[in-house]
Design a protein around this ligand. Structure first.
Ligand code: IPM
Ligand code: MG
Length: 356
């Protein structure tokens, strides 16, 4: 098993170090090679996705990534900014399927800003399309009109095949997640009342659903979905949506679980090769202070074992160790409550290793 480790910027290096610690404690037959991406890539070789980093990722079975971005790079030309490195590696590896599970650990029910009864037992899987939509659509750019005024353009576009392949991922996951006696459910989120791109999205999802008679497909406009996620989040099982809506809704869903510091993610290609990263950003304001929550990254490593390496038992072991560390009262600052054992990033990593 060949693993590329891309710590990135901000809190990236500290949280990735904890996930590496956990993986090493499992004594798997895995080689890990580190390379810079984002601002770190720019510092190392003037490119947020250095050639050597991309090559390493292409040659590896999976990629574990921390986070990219820092305000100090906001003034750089757009193609040199850290985020471009992330978007380019997603596209280059064809990682079109982004899985973002929002799962509430019972121990953290009090950490959510919502009432415990609204979020207890919450278990949603957001399936976000990751290589299309307004993120990549052409034309794009900022230009100056003939009257001297500047205009910004981005283009929302999806072709049928892109919609169908992400739809399949969502339907397949819904079937796997189905609890006995319950129906598998997929809610497709769009803005079909206004945007043609997503009118097509809805049509393709309906066509595809004919192949999945066991799955109950519903549709929701994205504005309503944003509201329903806060009002009654437990109505959802699998949500499938495009790149930009998924970006926004997954941040929202993460807060249902108490902290965005808890939300892992997997980005997969058609052969389950994947890149694994926490759903949160690089948080430069708390970088280097050993206070970041490493659990989303540790849980991303568990997803990696499950989805790319088919190693359900070790994935489960990591997830159980996280549960145990939480049950033992260990909390980083973002999820701290009265009477807990508040610890730093590396101590939380140690607590998970001890609980393995
Ligand atoms: C995410 C992030 C990225 C995105 C940024 C950093 C480019 O917000 O992974 O959700 O918008 O996809
Ligand atoms: Mg985001």
């Amino acid at each position: 098993m060949k693993l590329a480790i891309l710590p990135g910027d901000g809190i990236g290096p500290e949280i990735v170090a904890q996930a590496v610690k956990v993986l090493k404690a499992l004594n798997l037959n895995m080689t890990m090679t580190e390379a810079p991406i984002g601002g770190a890539g720019y510092e190392a070789s003037g490119d947020p996705l250095p050639d050597a980093t991309l090559q390493l990722a292409l040659d590896s079975d999976a990629v574990l990534l921390g986070a990219v971005g820092d305000w100090k790079y906001d003034k750089l030309e757009r193609h040199l900014r850290p985020e471009r490195g992330l978007l380019r590696i997603r596209k280059a590896l064809n990682l079109f399927a982004n899985l973002r599970p929002a799962l509430l650990y019972p121990e953290l029910a009090g950490a959510s800003t919502l009432k415990p009864e609204v979020v207890s037992g919450l278990d949603i899987m957001i399936v976000r399309e990751l290589t299309g939509d307004i993120y990549f659509g052409q034309p794009r750019g900022i230009s100056t009109l003939s009257n001297g005024e500047r205009e910004g353009i981005n283009t929302m576009r999806y072709c049928e095949s892109e919609i169908r392949r992400i739809g399949r991922v969502a339907f397949d996951i819904a079937m796997k997640r189905r609890q006995s006696g319950q129906k598998a459910k997929v809610c497709s989120v769009d803005k079909a009342n206004v945007l043609e791109t997503t009118e097509l999205w809805r049509q393709v999802m309906i066509e595809l659903s004919a192949e999945y008679p066991e799955v109950e497909l519903s549709h929701m406009y994205v504005d309503n979905a944003a509201m329903q996620l806060i009002r009654a989040p437990k109505q959802f099982d699998v949500m499938v949506t495009g790149n930009i809506f998924g970006d926004i809704l997954s941040d929202e869903a993460s807060m249902l679980t108490g902290s965005i510091g808890m939300l892992p993610s997997a980005s997969l290609d058609e052969n389950n090769k994947g890149m694994y990263e926490p759903s949160h950003g690089s948080a430069p304001d708390i970088a280097g202070k050993n206070i970041a929550n490493p659990l989303a990254t540790i849980l991303s490593a568990a997803m990696m074992l499950r989805y790319t390496f088919n190693d359900e038992s070790n994935a489960f072991r990591i997830e159980n160790a996280v549960k145990k560390a939480l049950a033992q009262g260990y909390r980083t600052a973002d999820i701290a409550t009265d009477g807990c054992k508040q610890v730093g990033c590396s101590e939380m990593g140690d607590a998970v290793v001890a609980a393995l």
